[in-house]
Design a protein. Structure first.
Lengths: 121, 99, 757
């Protein structure tokens, strides 16, 4: 059974890179462009893991993570955040919001897959 | 079965025993307290530590109540996960489930 | 999709982000303090940086990084976005755009400029208002990154069982280079409730740990309360593990990278011998984890127990069966609910999406192919109509009615398809903001650009070709139109000049106005210059409007000295030609001391054209309606000859040269008799009027432009072709080229109507 990954990122470039990387690694990929859409898509997609950006319009990564963790049905899903640099402060805030782990952008495909494997069964 | 013992109940575990399932499983076990229990873990695909805790707490409580608490059927992922996290359930396995 | 395609997407996205960035900065400049505006600006730079990093575009990354840092100060209210700050940021946005272009197309950027801006940005970020001392410019790459917090090493815990981690010394150990034996790590891991709440899982951590090497595990359940006292989401279990791995302590710690914040963790390396001894100590019994782990990864595995399990009692089985049945029912109803919820969610999503106005990106070629096909359809429909009309005398047949409907439908389809190519002028207007900034900087003038109607839509080709003339006009407006701040102040004007750029739709065309509040046209100077250049007679009696329009003559410049900006060999004549090439018109109106207004009127599309269909020497030609001022029937008394072959026509007391279209296009060898034909008064390049002689007017109609270059080859004097309702090809006249040829300039190959493009 293919693992399903929900990616949330407002950058078309990053979305495409995630898509290519994840599809090549044999994941099923669903994409959303910001936190609001992420929460909507979540309802219908039931992913195994979520990869989200922090800086996004409408609803940023922190808000999105909090939204997922508050959701009775989906709060157990592991969430990886994409941070541009190993910014300790952002990582901290993301963790406080309920992030499971993080991936440093620009991501190395192997590291992305590793991180996903690490938080999923 | 007319017996002095309370009727034996059974519980089938959900395939995914994650964070969300822990509370549900806890509630189910609480509702079954007081009598012998047979657990069917044959459908389990994934077990998290929280559910393992609930199951072990159950085993402990049943033991205190001096009621049998047995795993009748177990899936391989269930067994292997328990083994991985160092939770020995050999003594809780029904004869048939033992290898 | 491969990396190159993604890179292309990245650059497309950069363009959007840069536009976003600029418009956000301009909003801030106008006093907008909405946090979302600041956020959007920050995101734009952040996003460019992120993508650039992925493609290893280091220059772009370094600059974006510094820029982002400064923007972050604004975002966190550490830096007030004053006009001075925004000036630096707007310039930085320009440099970022240059760097992006350089990354895409190769080429270089003004490095000195980038370095200066980096210094200024850093100075702003460090709370200085001015980067006056560029004494020690910090190279960007060296910008210190916040150090990773050192992992907290949990203090060794003494657990209830009295288990103590084996004491040992790191000292001698560290010095051992590449020890022969594989080190064994002893790990104490006590997760917090938070670890599970955040989606981490002790089971997975142990799984990853076991993959490092041979592992033994002991699960400490002592803290586990009885069922009724427990909180199912609290963390009670803790583990003690030993892993023999060549990855060492670091490898072990990396497994806990995501978890170490939410657990107590102690990792130590022990020597094999010590392990042996330690095992005899209070060591709790460890369970070895020798099994094949692949099973855990593969998810649903077939239950290891295939044999039917004999039920302990019939009752149990019955209960179980009932239980299962009820569960099945439950599952089924839940599934139905889910489906309903899903459908609702999808519907909600769809409605929201439509509210937001969804867009798709389509390759321009596809759109153009569609436009072409619709063009064919229009022609085909016209041909069909015509042949039906010709073969049907009673005229009220149902075929005719059907045809009328078809015609309407075709026209609607055509309009809708044309609309696909329509885009807002916003990007061009945004580029003008930069032009204004740059020229204001060079001239030392203070200028404010106000744009209106940025969302007015027009054909993409028009937009693409609009940038150049607009840039030139804006340079002119700032360079020649606006006065220096001191002078403005002396005149009682706001020292900051205003340039207003507006776009609007008016009667099927787009009208773009460029107004400045500068000095206006110096008519005396213009007039004198025109006399000096023999453009007009010294005693010519010209209206103000006529004088103003002289600036559109070739080689006309009123600047006393050729400045850095306007002296690039481009005059207003070139501007006028580019506008005309787009099928547009340009005019100026000026008030001394109050400024000038340039008004351009352009067609909304270059794919269709309103034309007058005329006959010349048996050929059918189409003359763009925009070029025609009026049509008239010449009378013999109005025709005057002069020179060898030149003729003039007198129209309301002024003379206008007659242009014999048939001669110029070589349709006939002899001169046409003007009295037998019709004269089309056209406005030609340079503002002068000419009377084009044609034999007859067939009528006006909208025609679909077909490129001659693409289908045949460029024909001098002909802009493009079209297919008429009767199936004949008609040529569309290039009015300017024909007029120029009438002045004795041979028809040149390079004169062509951009409409064909």
């Amino acid at each position: 059974m293919k693992k399903k990954v929900l990616t949330v990122d407002d950058s078309r470039t990053i979305r495409n890179m995630l898509l290519v990387t994840l599809n090549n690694a044999g994941f099923e990929t669903i994409q959303a462009e910001d936190g609001v859409e992420g929460l909507e898509v979540l309802e219908t997609s039931n992913p195994d893991v979520i990869v989200t950006d922090i800086n996004m319009p409408r609803l940023d990564g922190f808000g999105f993570i909090e939204g997922v963790r508050r959701n009775e049905k989906f709060r157990a899903i592991p969430i990886l955040v994409l941070t541009t640099e190993s910014d300790a402060e952002k990582k901290n805030r993301a963790r406080q919001a309920g992030a499971t782990g993080w991936i440093v952008k620009p991501f190395d495909p192997t590291k992305l897959i590793d991180a996903i494997e690490r938080v999923t069964a | 079965m007319a017996s002095k013992k309370a009727a034996q109940k059974s519980l089938s575990l959900a395939p995914v025993l994650d964070l969300n399932e822990a509370t549900a499983l806890h509630a189910q076990l609480m509702g079954l307290k007081g009598g012998p229990l047979v657990i069917d873990a044959s459908a389990v695909e994934r077990v998290g530590a929280l559910c393992a805790q609930v199951l072990m707490a159950g085993a402990k409580s049943w033991e205190e109540d001096k009621q049998p608490f047995t795993f009748a059927k177990v899936s391989e992922p269930f067994m292997k996960t328990m083994q991985l996290i160092g939770v020995n359930i050999d003594h809780l396995l029904a004869q048939e489930a033992r290898q | 999709m491969d990396m190159n395609e993604i890179k292309e997407i990245f650059f497309q996205e950069c363009e959007e982000q840069l536009a976003e960035l600029e418009s956000g900065l301009l909003k801030l400049n106008d006093g907008d303090r909405d946090p979302e505006t600041v956020n959007a600006v920050f995101r734009a730079v952040h996003s460019i940086k992120g993508g650039a990093g992925a493609f290893g575009l280091d220059d772009l990354v370094s600059f974006a990084h510094v820029f982002e840092t400064t923007l972050d100060c604004v975002r966190s209210n550490k830096l007030e976005p004053t006009q001075d700050v925004l000036k630096v940021m707007l310039k930085s946005a320009d440099v970022l755009a240059d760097l992006t272009n350089a990354a895409r197309d190769g080429g270089s950027v003004d490095e000195a400029r980038s370095r200066t801006l980096i210094r200024e940005l850093e100075a702003l970020a460090h709370g200085e208002t001015h980067a006056a001392e560029p004494a020690a410019p910090k190279p960007v790459a060296a910008a210190p990154k916040p150090a990773e917090p050192a992992p907290v090493v949990a203090k060794p815990e003494v657990n209830d069982e009295g288990f103590q981690p084996i004491p040992f010394s790191f000292g001698d150990f560290d010095e051992e280079p590449a020890a022969k034996y594989v080190p064994t790590c002893q790990i104490v891991f006590r997760p917090n409730r938070e670890l599970y709440a955040k989606g981490n899982e002790a089971v997975l951590l142990l799984r990853d740990l076991s993959r490092l090497g041979e592992m033994s595990v002991y699960c400490d359940m002592d803290r586990l309360p009885p069922l009724d006292k427990m909180n199912p989401e609290e963390a009670y279990f803790s583990w003690k593990m030993s892993v023999t791995t060549d990855k060492g302590e670091d490898g072990v710690r990396s497994v806990f990278e995501f978890a170490e914040w939410d657990c107590e963790l102690d990792v130590r390396t022990i020597e094999e011998e010590v392990t042996g001894e330690a095992a005899d100590d209070d060591e709790p019994p460890m369970q070895a984890v020798p099994f094949d782990l692949s099973l855990l990864e593969d998810g649903p595995a077939v239950s290891g127990d295939e044999e039917p399990v004999v039920s302990e009692s019939d009752a149990t089985a019955a209960i179980a069966a009932a239980d299962t049945a009820s569960k099945v029912a439950q599952v089924a109803s839940r599934a139905a609910e889910n489906a309903k919820a899903a459908a609702a969610a999808t519907a909600a999503q769809a409605s929201q999406a439509s509210a937001a106005g969804q867009t798709i990106r389509v390759d321009l070629d596809r759109v153009d192919r569609l436009i072409n096909l619709v063009g064919e359809l229009v022609i085909n429909q016209a041909m069909l109509s015509q042949s039906v009309v010709e073969n049907d005398n009673n005229g009220v047949s149902s075929i005719n009615m059907g045809l009328e409907e078809l015609q309407q439908l075709t026209r609607e389809i055509q309009d809708s398809v044309m609309a696909i190519r329509a885009q807002p002028v916003k990007p061009v207007f945004q580029r003008m903001a930069r032009t204004v900034r740059e020229i204001a900087d060079i001239t030392g003038k203070s200028v404010r650009l106000i744009t209106e109607g940025e969302n007015t839509e027009v054909d993409k080709t028009v937009i693409d070709k609009l940038a150049e003339p607009l840039t030139h006009m804006i340079r002119n407006a700032v360079d020649h139109g606006l006065e220096m701040p001191e002078k403005r102040e002396a005149l009682g004007k706001n020292p900051e000049g205003t340039v207003r750029l507006t776009a609007k739709h008016r009667s099927g065309r787009i009208v773009i106005e460029l107004a400045d509040d500068g000095a206006g046209i110096n008519r005396e100077k213009v007039r004198q210059k025109a006399i000096d250049n023999d453009l007009i007679a010294a005693d010519a009696n010209l209206s103000d409007e006529e004088i103003d329009n002289l600036i559109f003559h070739a080689g006309f410049s009123t600047a006393d000295k050729v400045s850095d900006l306007s002296g690039r060999g481009v005059g207003m004549d070139v501007v006028k030609r580019s506008i005309q090439a787009l099928g547009g018109r340009i005019s100026i109106s000026s008030k001394p001391g109050q400024g000038s207004v340039f008004t351009m009127s352009l067609p909304l599309t270059l794919a269709v054209l309103d034309g007058m269909v005329v006959t010349v020497a048996g050929q059918t030609l189409v003359v763009p309606l925009t070029a025609i001022v009026e049509t008239l029937q010449p009378e013999a008394s109005a025709i005057h000859s002069f020179g060898a072959s030149q003729r003039l026509i007198s129209i309301r007391n002024s003379f206008c040269p007659l242009v014999d279209v048939g001669r110029i296009l070589n349709f006939r060898a002899t001169q046409a008799n003007p009295i037998e034909g019709v004269a089309l008064l056209v406005e030609s390049e340079g503002g002068g009027q000419r009377a084009l002689m044609v034999d007859a007017i067939q009528g006006q109609r909208q025609v679909v432009i077909k490129s001659l270059e693409a289908n045949y080859t460029h024909v001098p004097g002909i802009a493009a072709a079209t297919i008429l309702g009767d199936g004949r090809v008609a040529l569309i006249l290039d009015v300017d080229a024909v007029v120029a040829a009438s002045r004795g300039q041979p028809l040149r190959q390079d004169i062509s109507l951009a409409a064909t493009g």
